[in-house]
Design a protein around this ligand. Sequence first.
Ligand SMILES: *Cc1c(COP(=O)(O)O)cnc(C)c1O
Length: 394
Amino acid sequence: MTMTPAVRQFLTEAAPATPCLVVDLDVVTHNYCTLARALPLAEIFYAVKANPAPVILERLAAQGSSFDTASRGEIDLCLATGAPASRISFGNTIKKEADIAYAYARGVRLFAFDSDAELEKLSRAAPGAQVFCRILVETQGAEWPLSRKFGCAPAMAERLLASAPSLGLDPVGVSFHVGSQQTDCTQWDRAIAAVAGLFARLAEQGVYLSLINLGGGMPARYRDGIPPVEAYASAIGAALSEHFGAVLPRVIIEPGRSMVGNAGVLQSEVVLVSRKSDDEDVRWVYLDVGKFNGLAETMDEAIKYRIETSWDGAETGRVILAGPTCDSADILYERTPYHLPLELQAGDKVTFLSTGAYTSTYASIAFNGFSPLQTYCVSEGTVVALHDPARLAA
Ligand SMILES: *Cc1c(COP(=O)(O)O)cnc(C)c1O
């Protein structure tokens, strides 16, 4: 699938100013239902940061989704859908104490941590809350790895979880994240084994955990093919039964990219096509979208989007793709070979597929005077909402 009929119809009939993101809400619903069917043993907590457009959150809330949030602003967006606080997790391990207190006052009772100091904040600002510890896991195969910024060593997690009751907290479990755009579905196995080991060691100390949080990581389809959701679900299901046996704990999964990535299409326009010398064949194609107004994940050329133009099918040549701003870091693809039609010229539309995740809010406010990316959400051919990014920041 490249572009849904609803998105194509909207782009043709409304001809919105570019750059813009068009999200098909029916694809989001489809993604949710596919995962819920494939992995019925897990509760889905949508990772709001992937795309927090209110109508997307409303769609997911109506399907029964819960939400993984990282800030006061995301918690407010989720509550505004009418979802109860019991369906919200404050999953960021780096929180201001005032924000923990805010979430607690709104009724949130499930919090992540990965350090002594964060646990102390939780004990002061969220007394009695359920807390889970994020562990560091070594993984390969993620195209957008999450490095060592989050999580702690399992031995430290064991000590922290064992100390939680004395701080007036309820230690419920363990979380991890195998890295975003994880293209290898076997990567959950080792992490699940590590969590099962923690369950066993803590039980010996009289601390009985009940929750495993599998994090996010399932991919969206970019240039390369990806395994189907069912392959991830069966690898995860097999790992859970192998390491936990017949009696499974409460299982949470926090998909972001895989819920919304393929639901969005980002349309841009060519501003300039040029060459750097008369005897060079490689063309520089400058677009009205770049790293600072939607395509941040082209950082290090990590995420390689599929691109469509109105000249597709015609003869192509090698291009370097860059954004419109005056920052020389605003190059999308220089090392990665991209080939676009030779006919391409200023004013032509260039469409980035599978851009529903980590684009609209991952943009500067007005660097060089360029507006934040505008989002339109469509459903069965009707525009149901225009989402103004400035409203989220307010
Ligand atoms: C970003 C994030 C996710 C979502 O990750 P995806 O790779 O987009 O599925 C899930 N959990 C946490 C804690 C996150 O920070």
